[in-house]
Ligand binder design. Sequence first.
Ligand code: ZN
Length: 843
Amino acid sequence: MKHFWVLLSLTTFLVTNSFAQKPDKPTSAELFHEIQKLNFLGTALYVAAHPDDENTSLISYMANHEKARTVYLSMTRGDGGQNLIGPELRELLGVLRTQELLAARHMDGGEQRFTRANDFGFSKHPKETLKIWDKDKVLADVVWTIRQIKPDVIINRFDHRTPGSTHGHHTSSAILSMEAFDLANDPNVYPEQLEQTTPWQPKRIFYNTSWWQYGSQEAFEKVDKSGMVSLDVGTYYPELGLSNNEIASMARSQHLCQGFGRLTDRGSDMEYIELLKGDMPKSNDVFEGINTTWSRVKGGEAVGDILYKVEANFDFQDPSKHIPELVRAYQLLQKVEDKHWRSLKSEELKNIISAAAGLYLEASSASASTTPGSKATINIETINRSSQNVTLKEIQIVGADAKRTPNKVLGDNQKENFEVNFTVPANTPYTSPYWLNEPGTLGTYTVNDQSLIGKPETPSAFKAIFNLEIDGVEIPFEKSVVHRYSKPDRGELYEPFAILPEVTSKIDEKVLIFADSDKKSVQVKIRAGKNDVSGTIELDHPMGWKVSPNSIPFSIAQKGEEISVIFEVTPPSTESEGKIEPKVRVGNKIYRDELVEIDYNHIPKQSILLPSEAKVVRMDIRKSGEHIAYIMGAGDNVPESLEQIGYQVHVVDPNDIQNGDLDKYDAVVVGIRAYNVVDALKFKQPVLFDYVKNGGTMIVQYNTAGRWAGQFENIAPYEVTLSRDRVTDENAEVKILAPNNSLVNFPNTITEKDFDGWVQERGLYYPSQWSSEFTPILSMQDEGETEKQGSLIVAPYGEGHYIYTGLSFFRELPVGVSGAYKLFANMLSIGKDEVKRDNNVKG
Ligand SMILES: [Zn+2]
C-alpha cells in the first residue's frame, strides 16, 4: 500500500501545491507527462455535492488523457454522515474529508474547490436544501468558482431534472451548476466578485449519466445516445505505467473514513456524458472546437513555439538539457498580458524547470509548531542536480519579514544549507481551517475574506521564496514552510508547520447532564503551546450555576505538555441549560480556544482551534430501574448518555447471552443497526424474547430496512414491517397519539414541548405496518408528505414490553436534548409504575 502511495504521488506533482507536505520527485517520464499537460490550455470543472460523489475515473481521464486542468467542485466538505476510522464528526469530519479529497486529487491529478455550504444532514428535496444552504450564497460561490477557474466544459455528477429521486444536496449541486453556467458571464451578477476576477462563459455543460439511471445495463444499451459523448476511461498511460481506472481506484481509496478502500480496476470502461447546454461535439472530444493550444492566449504562440519543440524532442535521459529553452519560454510567458493563463502556466512551468534541473528546495522547521512572539528557526536546504547555471540569489520568508541573501552558485550536486532566524510576528494568524473561524449557520459557513472562498484549506502562514537565477533569468520558487522529522517505525515525515496559541484548554465531556441538584467534578485540561507558561484558569458559567473555586493557578514547564485541574460545578434547583467555558489568563492575555488535532497516516496532520466549552443541562428527570444491558450495533454513544442520568449500563456481547442471563437487568437496549451488523442476533432472538416474556423490557433502536445480517427477518415478537420512512425536519410537529400510554406519562410527563431543540432529524427507517398488539405513540411528518405513525411503537409481550423506535436518540442524547432524555427514561421505566402501584397497595 505504501508502495502505491509513493509511486502515485509522483504522477501528478504539478497540481498539488495545496497538498503541501511531502515533496514530489518525478521521473523523466512523469516530467514528460507534465510537459504534455503544460501544452494543453483547456479546463474542465466537475460538480457534485459531497466528498465521494465525484467520479474519479472521469476526473483522472480529463486530467491525464485530455491533459486538461481539472477541478472538482464539491458543494460541501461532507460534515454530515459517519466516520469509520475515528471519532471526528460534524465540522471535524469535514476537515478530515477535505484532506481525503486533497489526497484523492493528488493521485488523479485534479484540483479541489468547495463552496461555503455545510453538509447539514440528509435532505429529501432540493427545495429544502436550497433554503437551508441559503441558495444565493452557494450560487454566488459556484459563479465565483467558474469565474476563477474559467472552465471550458462543466460536467455535473447529478441530474438537475429529477428532484426528489436522490439526496437533495445532489440535485441542488446540479441545479446551481446549471444556473451558474448562465450567470457567470453577466457582469451585473455578483458584481462585487469582479474586483478580484472577471466574467466567464463556459462552452458546454454535461450530465455524467450512467446505466443505473435507467435501471439496468440492458435498458441503458437501448437508450438513444445521440445526445451523449462516450469516453473510454480505461485508457492506459505508458509514461505513468498505470491505467486511468487504476489511478481512479487508488484516488477513490483515499476516502477511508467512508470505507472506500477498493480493489483496483483495469481494462476498457465506458462513461457517458449527456450534453445539457452548448453545441454537441461531433467526436468524443469534449474540447472539440475550443482552441486548447498556446495560440489561445495573446502572446502565447511564441511560448508554444519553444514548448512544443521541447515536447517533440524530449530527452528522457537528461531532461536538464531543456533548461535553456524552458527558461526562455518562462521569460516570454512573463510578457503575456492574460493574467489567468500567465500565472497558471508560470507555476506549471516553474515546477517543470525545477524537476528538470533536479532542484530540491525545502524550508522546514524541526519543531512542529510555534506561537506568535516566539523565536523561530527555519532550515533551508537547496541542491541543484544538473550542470546548468543556477545561483541562489535570495531566500525570503513571506509572513515574517525575514531574508537571507546568499548569492551563491549552486554547483552540480553540491548541497547548501542555511538557517533563517526570526521572531514570529505578534499578529500571525493561528493555523486553523479558515471556514471554522467564525460561527456559521446550519446551512453555510461564514467566510468574510472573499479571496479565501472556495480554497480547500487555509494557506500556510509562512512561505519561503527561493529567488534563483537560472541560465541568466531570475525565477522565484515558492514553498510552504513544513515540519520535517522522522520516526523509527515510519521513516521521514512531513507535516504542516503550525502557529498555535500559548495555551489551550479542553473539557473532554462535551455535554454534562445534571439529573438532580448534586454537584459534579469537571476536569479541564490545559495544554502549553510553548515552554514555561503560567497563569490562572476560570470557568465561565450560566446564571444560577455555581463553580468552585473561582480561579485555579497553573504552571507548565514544557511545550506540548498537558495538565488537568478540577472544578466543582453545582446546577440550579430548577431546569436550566447553558455552556461552561474555560478562560485562561496568561499575563494580560486571555485564551479561550481548544486545540483539536486530526492525525492519520493518509493525510497531513491537521490542527483545529475551536471555542473551548461544554454544554451543561440541568433537567428534572425521573427514572425507574438501575441496570441496563446494552447490545452494541453499528456504534453509538447512547450508553455514555444513559450513565449521565444515573443508569448503570452494561455492554453485553450477544454471543455470550443464555436464557436467564438477562433477568437481572431492568431493560435491554439494542444499539443502532444491530440487526444489520451483528450476526449473532439472529440466533439469540429467542433468548431476548423469553426475557421480555418473563417481565423484561426490550428497546430496539433503528435498523436499516431490508439489510439484515444473514437472513434474519424476525425483529419483534409480533409482525413489524420496516420501511424507508423518515422525518428529516428536526422541527417537524409531533402529535401524541396515545396520551394515556405510560410512555408519555411515567415517570416523566411528555408534551409536544419535549420535541423542541432536536437536531438533524426526528428519526429514520420507521416501521410502516405492525400487528394489532402494537400501540403507536407519536405522529409526525415532513412537509408535503403523509403522516408517519411508526417512530415509536410499543407492545406488551408476556409479562414484559417490547419497544421499537426509529427516533434519532443516538443523535439527540449526546448533544443533551432534554426531551429525548425524558422519553428514553420513560421507555426504560415502562412497567415499573404497575409494580409501584402493586407495592403501594400491599404497603
Ligand atoms: Zn453524496
